[in-house]
Design a protein around this ligand. Sequence first.
Ligand code: HSE
Length: 344
Amino acid sequence: MKHKLALIGFGTVGQGLCEILLSKKEHLKIIHNFDYDIVAISDLLKGSVYSPTGLDIRKILDMAKSTQSLNEYKSEAEVHTGWDALRTIKDSNADIVCELAYTDIKTGQPATDHCRVALKAGKHVVTSNKGPAALFYKELNEIAKKNSVNFLIEGTVMSGTPVLNLAQNTLAGNNITAIKGILNGTTNYILTNMENGLEYEDVLKDAQNLGYAEADPTADVEGFDALAKVTILANVLMGENLKPADIPCKGISQITLNDIEQAKKEGKRWKLIGEIKKEGDNVIASVSPMMIELSHPLAGVSGANNAITFSTDLMGDITINGAGAGRTETGFSILTDILEINRY
Ligand code: HSE
């Protein structure tokens, strides 16, 4: 089937997605019967362009590379430039909106409005944006159902590593009794390097330079990014309706080299752990640094990688380990959800 895509936000994820779509075009058509036109891209800083018959994506990527505004895109075909995000969502002929604007995990905006408007207009929404997913999942999913479209968020937890799909689809039939994970790459990278004797501040700077950290790294080191992901896991996989403020959260900024040495002596390792447990009728969630026994699968997860252990009634513990961030990896998460829409 052929889909028309609109990209709201054209940073690393949007560009990563375009690169994958270009390089896999034939494969996607032959193997998955999926074809596409990217008809619109709207970015607050990089400009905006809409062409009902589809944009030349190579040209768009070149423009982004040379920091030329998308408002300057020229074509023989019908082209509109300068539209803001909401107009692009409402007035373009896209049937799938990829919400890739910046993440605000405190308010969820402006991404949540982008999602609401798209879903109400009967367009599918695919997003890796943790703001709307952590704060408004239930509402947005209900609007999607009412309008017979999908609100898909695989990339919000562990980028393209298939966590939500694994739990919702492949593990369907199991009762998931607990979820325990390393959900933030920046803090895991910091803790791994502190074990090698490096100072907290130096390693945090590295993580920023390598592009793992959020724009404001407080979100990483104080645990708020992991908190958003714990909220998403609890709400999507355990049917809860929690808000981040309901969940106790502690980051890693107080962990010292001494603490790391002490853990080593005890045969343990510090990790920032997001945890959700069913206890009777209650679900208990938290984010905090924990000393993990070296024999636990999460103890071996190093650098910027993430991992989750699902405890299930039929399959026991299952751990999935993989990338938690990155241009191609998060771009792929968007493709996963688009292919899911294409399948039905
Ligand atoms: N800053 C996040 C991390 C990016 O370090 O994991 C992915 O959500």
